[in-house]
Design a protein around this ligand. Sequence first.
Ligand SMILES: [Zn+2]
Ligand SMILES: [Zn+2]
Length: 370
Amino acid sequence: MKTQAAVFYEPNKPLVIEELEMDEPKTGEVRVKMAAVGLCRSDHNVMVGTRPVGMTPMVMGHEGAGVVDAVGPGVTRIKPGDHVTLMFIPTCGRCHNCVSGRTHSCVLSVNIAKGPQLDGTYRLRNKAGQEVGQFCLLGAFSEYAIVNQDSVCVIDQSYPLNAACLVGCGVVGGFGAAVNRAGVTPGSSVLAIGVGGVGMNVIQGAKMAGASVIIAADIVEQKLVWAKTFGATHTIDADQENVVDRVMEITGGAGVDFAFEAISRPHTIAQAFDATARMGKIVVIGLTPSNFDSLPISPLNLVLAQKTLMGTLYGTSNALVDIPKILRLYRRGQIKLDELVTNTYTLDQINQGYADMVEGKNIRGVLVFD
Ligand SMILES: [Zn+2]
Ligand SMILES: [Zn+2]
């Protein structure tokens, strides 16, 4: 069959919208009719060449939700008609990390930027006959996607898919950073640097965990306005104000207990470090472009102030548990998802969607299919 998709050919060129030839699902695979896909910065890092991938051409998109319309041989826990959120890190359920309860570090994650499916072969070809890869094993910017059953979380059919897609990356990433990785505590103080599609969910997670001071820092004024509606108690315009100085003012000179960095730049990671209190935790969320290889932080201060600097991948979540959990919180009105979607785009408008992301116009832009 054929599918319309947004294909990455080379850095700093627009994604090409084209029709691809698609195989049938192989053993252990399912075909998903995509409904909605979030426009996440990790795709953009590939599109501008700061995060290399194993091959081109490649269909981008990794924050998707849709409806299963076919299953290959050997698929038992998923059936046609199931609604699913895609997981950008698969859960094999058998490797050491999975059986230890750390599915965010499943050994299959080493394959997600290579291009082919897990058996090393491809499901897509372009008109020139080239084999086409799938980013994060998904390639969700496509009307249909053939994905491994290990990359799929079945969800309740009552959830709107253009909200449920976000839980596959940005929401679980930010919420999990606060709740799973940092363990934000009631009454604590929190700083989120960068309040887009991930950082806004740090705020939601920190609020739910009971933080009493939640400071949002960003250079986009509108995002600070939105941050207040998601639970921020204070905002810092990082374009106009010194982030560390303002945090110290707000916290009476102590610094915050937990600082989160969702910009993925060494200097903002250093700001998070410097704005953190003694014994505080600094959590780095975003994937820093590979051209950066060191952090300008004080090793002496690390010891004297006894700080903990940590990374988090996929919200340190167990996605098959955490995605349904977050959706239940959404149903109860405890987490906002619809409000994260500030604009929607059709497949033909996807390059405009990314231009809007770069300009800071969205919390999340979402690609929607008919
Ligand atoms: Zn993402
Ligand atoms: Zn595994």
